[in-house]
Design a protein around this ligand. Structure first.
Ligand SMILES: N[C@@H](CCC(=O)N[C@@H](CS)C(=O)NCC(=O)O)C(=O)O
Length: 233
């Protein structure tokens, strides 16, 4: 029996990535789903708060079971539908491949992401430049060595993996926002020279249709600019 899947989402999340991750996973797994767009510019309705009391997107309703938090939604889908995204566990080799993906995602979000965030929302030009330099330094030191065998995707995969599902929406924003005047250009200017593995991988990631099919660059840029302005007033 085909599962009944409903995704509560918003396509134009500003800087944050949550809902976009679920779209990438559903596209890769070719799962039909119903979509409900949640207006994030107004307080959440009582109906939506009954689905997700935190009021955030994404939420996934799977045969009536609600799953929230984007990483958990994506992990649920990858577990429920074994695929090219993630080897099932059960052997040490497959467990190692899973551990490698988890380590990459953890490294990206714990070591590099906080500096990018700081650069985008900095209160002064100096603070932004300092954070941008630290972002590039951490990418070079921590992330670059993990992408030496990307071809073009993680660990030599010819198809997207869970590593790209979890990071792809962020990679789109990393490459696009500074080009459009959000955050210092130094966030991305030196990436081809200093982090060639990362840059090659990131370029392949953002070109993948499952990653960019709901991407509206100008809308995300405008919303992120508005959010930065609001936080800095
Ligand atoms: N940790 C959550 C974060 C989700 C999140 O922040 N979603 C944003 C949109 S991408 C949201 O719902 N924002 C609405 C708000 O903050 O009121 C996840 O990964 O699912």
């Amino acid at each position: 029996m085909t599962a009944s899947i409903k995704l509560y989402t918003n396509h134009g999340c500003p800087y944050l990535l949550g809902a976009h991750r679920a779209h990438i996973a559903l596209a890769e797994l070719k799962l039909p789903f119903q979509e409900e767009i949640i207006d994030l510019s107004v307080p959440r309705t009582a109906e939506y708060l009954a689905v997700n009391p935190r009021g955030l997107v994404p939420s996934l309703s799977y045969n009536g079971n609600v799953i929230t938090e984007s990483a958990i939604v994506v992990q649920f889908l990858a577990d429920a539908y074994p695929s090219h995204l993630l080897p099932s566990g059960g052997t040490p080799e497959r467990a190692l491949a899973r551990a490698r993906i988890s380590f990459f995602v953890d490294t990206f979000f714990s070591k590099a992401h906080p500096h990018y965030h700081k650069a985008i929302f900095a209160k002064s030009g100096d603070e932004a430049e300092e954070a941008a330099a630290e972002f590039v330094k951490q990418l070079e030191k921590e992330v670059e060595p993990l992408l030496g065998d990307a071809a073009p995707y993680f660990a030599g995969s010819e198809t997207l993996t869970l590593a790209e599902v979890l990071t792809g929406s962020f990679i789109l924003r990393v490459l696009a926002l500074p080009k459009n005047g959000v955050g210092p250009e130094n966030l991305i200017k030196d990436l081809p020279a200093k982090t060639p593995n990362f840059y090659k991988w990131a370029t392949a990631v953002v070109e993948h249709p499952s990653v960019n099919n709901i991407w509206d660059e100008q809308k995300v840029v405008a919303r992120t600019k508005a959010r930065v302005a609001k936080l800095n007033t």
